[in-house]
Ligand binder design. Structure first.
Ligand SMILES: [Zn+2]
Length: 308
């Protein structure tokens, strides 16, 4: 299938075709003895992901585990559907996200407040997963991939309070979720993802430092794809956070409202991203996944909390 890329080490990147776009949101299948899907994508992507998994030879009873880095709908919106398609799979998530997968109504209500009518086209509806199939992770945890291979989880809040990074013991791959930002393979641009209500600069920087200390061989971004230059990329992630926070703090101290703060930060960061200075359409990915309004609102929300 044209939406599957072999990455080596029996790891396959699946383009979930989020909202019909290509190259925006990836899921990954680890085709080990106990096959594991990392990130489901949205609910509306679930049939695409199911077909990709099937084409890799994994039958309905064969998928052992579904794990999500966090429960935002672009990563976990399809969990209920995928769990139904693969009835033997356990669903693994950080303990702060577990109850929302079992009982999604509150999560969906707050998502609808943020996204309005766009919710249906972008994400669809997260359907519930039976409680007994959900395994909740603490600060660390391990997923058995079979044959001595494991995927270890590491709590990494900052982007979201229910976020984990995952390290494959065989490949050294680190699934970074959104904790290191949003990466555009077309341009090599990297932008922070600092949405409300959980963004917190110190915990976000601590999580990036933790990722570095884990000594991964490769980073696998949910948005989007593999990156080999690990330390350089993590340093860039931290720098991006500081730049956005500094500019937003400046806008706030000048008394700007949200719209003016967004315009100022957008303008002052523009030169950092070649996607925004070309017009080939790649900039749209940033707007969807780490848009300036969402990033600035998240940073302002945090600033209001720490220095009211
Ligand atoms: Zn995301």
């Amino acid at each position: 299938m044209d939406n599957i890329t072999a990455l080596g080490g029996d790891v396959y990147e699946i383009d979930t075709k989020m909202a019909g776009y290509t190259g925006i949101t990836a899921g990954y299948l680890i085709l080990s003895d106990r096959p594991c899907l990392v990130e489901t994508g949205t609910s509306t992507s679930a049939p695409v992901v199911r077909d990709a998994i099937a084409s890799l030879g994994v039958g309905p009873e064969d998928l052992a585990t579904v794990v999500v880095t966090h429960i935002h709908l672009d990563h976990a919106g399809g969990v209920g559907d995928i769990a139904r398609f693969f009835p033997s799979a356990q669903v693994v998530v950080h303990e702060k996200g577990a109850r929302h997968l079992a009982e999604p109504s509150r999560l969906m209500a707050s998502a609808r407040m943020v996204w309005g009518d766009k919710l249906d086209t972008l994400f669809g509806e997260l359907s519930p997963t039976e409680q007994e199939r959900i395994v909740a992770l603490g600060d660390t945890g391990a997923i058995d991939l079979g044959n001595g291979r494991t995927l270890s989880s590491h709590y990494s809040p900052g982007h979201a309070k229910h976020h984990v990074g995952l390290v494959d013991s065989t490949t050294g791959d680190l699934y970074v979720g959104d904790a290191a930002g949003v990466y555009l393979p077309e341009t090599g641009d990297l932008r922070p993802a600092t949405p409300p209500p959980d963004f917190d600069l110190k915990t976000a920087l601590d999580s990036i430092a933790l990722f570095g200390a884990l000594g991964p061989q490769r980073l696998l971004f949910s948005h989007y794809g593999p990156v080999d230059a690990v330390q350089e990329t993590l340093e860039r992630s931290a720098e991006e956070l500081r730049v956005w926070v500094d500019l937003t703090r400046q806008a706030r101290s000048e008394g700007m409202d949200l719209d003016h703060a967004v315009a100022m930060v957008r303008d002052r960061t523009k030169e950092r991203y070649s996607a925004l200075t070309s017009d080939d359409g790649t900039a749209e990915q940033f707007e969807l996944l780490s848009g300036a309004p969402s990033n600035v609102a998240g940073i302002l929300h945090w600033l209001d909390r720490v220095s009211p």
